[in-house]
Design a protein around this ligand. Structure first.
Ligand code: FAD
Length: 415
């Protein structure tokens, strides 16, 4: 039997339910409670910000220091929209916000922005303390199951059900990568049932599967190819590519993942090329290879004289029909090694997801046209961006748009 849960502030001042205690939901809650609204956050997990904490494991890349024009371009087909969002909550605003929580930031050599502590845990602790200070009520282990008439319906861990009737709602339910951290895309059917258009979720910033032989997997899985240049369909990305048992992962792979994934949707396999020596021309490489001593194995030469990764020779053997004998042919292969890609890794293993709530289903303030008073923000919306701080910046900026939309809406609909 469903109970009706009392939420603080009801009857006294407008009350907002924020569903999802990831960075997006917390930012929306901060903004609204700071403006004097009573806010209750609900989340299905036992602790808030699980993916945010995971993001901090490898160094929390909060945002990027490049120009707004370049920054907006990272959102691809949604660049125009995000240019407007960034004007409302810029990378500098995000840095100021982190500084204000005692998590002073710095710009790394790549232009990426990190808190000095690198991790998310201190920042999250300070943030939750600020929210408590702003009288935000946090209800964990509340799994949102959609609506029952005008009420939000939540399942609790003990099997009971709770109905909540806020004056406005912010949905910040995330995408579907790493579902064990809470966001599993379960909201899609709940919103489609309301007539809201949702684009299918797809893996973004993900690895890809190849057809490596068992022999190669044994020899090379787990070996990095440092400082290589990955190319696909006129796009290039440089960095470390990791060979895995199933295929390839790593920064350059993620950077090109949207284009590779979209091509795979129409035909498979597709071919990417690897330049294993991006700082040397084919001619310079040919000259070096021509100087190989008689009797010195190519494998040793690549490792010792060209400082290429241990796995390089195995990779040549795996990908080329046969290893050519002429120096200029070997040089050509090292500069453009073809790798066949069959499919992306599952969304559960991707860093983020593409697809989500269709922007056409929302007003400019990110309110659902089909459910006035319900706003949405963060990774659950239909946008994607590469790694580099663009994901969290996009989440925070959309949280600000939605929170400000709630304010205007409640001010116009105070009853
Ligand atoms: C390994 C990894 C590293 C990353 N590193 C970075 C990085 O360095 N920089 C960067 O910019 N981005 C990074 N990201 C991406 C970034 O963490 C996400 O884009 C961001 O967390 C999305 O925020 P969100 O609040 O929209 O969603 P989430 O963080 O996924 O939060 C959604 C919340 O909603 C809750 N929820 C979902 N469904 C329900 C329901 N039905 N009922 C109740 N609660 C529900 C979930 O429990 C969760 O707490 C990384 C991601 C991963 C996986």
């Amino acid at each position: 039997m469903a109970q009706r849960e009392q939420i603080p502030g009801e009857g006294l001042r407008p009350t907002v339910a924020v569903v999802g205690a990831g960075p997006t939901g917390l930012m929306a809650a901060e903004r609204l409670s700071g403006a004097g609204f009573g806010v209750t956050i609900f989340d299905g997990m036992a602790t808030p910000g699980r993916k945010f904490l995971m993001a901090g494991r490898g160094g929390l890349n909060l945002t990027h220091s490049e120009t707004i024009e370049q920054f907006a371009g990272r959102y691809g087909v949604q660049a125009t929209r995000f240019r407007q969002y960034l004007a409302r909550f810029s990378p500098q605003d995000l840095r100021n916000w982190a500084d204000g929580l005692g998590a002073e930031t710095f710009v790394g050599s790549s232009g990426r922005v990190f808190p000095k502590a690198m991790k998310a845990s201190g920042l999250l602790r300070g943030w939750l303390a600020r929210l408590r200070g702003q009288r935000v009520d946090l209800r964990l282990r509340h799994h949102w199951r959609g609506w029952s008439g005008e009420h939000l319906r939540f399942d609790l861990a003990d099997g009971s059900e709770v109905l909540v009737t806020p004056k406005a709602v912010v949905l910040a339910l995330g995408g579907a990568s790493w579902p064990k951290l809470g966001a599993d895309g379960g909201w899609i059917s709940l919103l489609r049932d309301q007539g809201v258009a949702v684009q299918p979720l797809r893996p973004s910033n993900c690895g890809f599967e190849t057809d490596w032989s068992a022999h190669f997997q044994e020899k090379a899985a787990g070996r990095p190819l440092k400082n290589v240049l990955l190319s696909f369909s006129g796009r290039q990305a440089r960095g470390e590519v990791m060979i895995t048992g199933y295929g390839i992962e790593g920064g350059p792979v993620y950077a090109l993942s949207a284009a590779i994934r979209d091509s795979l949707a129409s035909h498979s396999p597709v071919e990417v090329t690897l330049d294993l020596k991006p700082d040397m021309s084919v001619d310079a490489l040919t000259q070096r290879l021509a100087a190989r001593r008689h009797g010195q194995s190519l494998s040793q030469f690549l490792k010792k004289e060209l400082s290429l990764a241990d796995a390089t020779y195995s990779l040549l053997r795996e990908t080329a029909a046969s290893i050519p004998g002429e120096p200029h042919e070997i040089a050509g292969l090292l500069k453009a090694l073809p790798i066949r890609i069959y499919r992306p890794r599952p969304i559960e293993q991707a860093i983020s997801s593409a697809g989500g709530l269709d922007f056409a289903a929302m007003t400019d303030e990110l309110m659902l046209r089909a459910r006035p008073g319900v706003f949405a923000c963060g990774e659950m919306l239909d946008w994607e961006a590469p790694t580099g701080g663009y994901l969290l910046q996009g989440c925070f900026a959309t949280a600000v748009i939605a929170a400000d939309g709630v304010r205007s809406w409640l001010n116009g609909n105070p009853s």
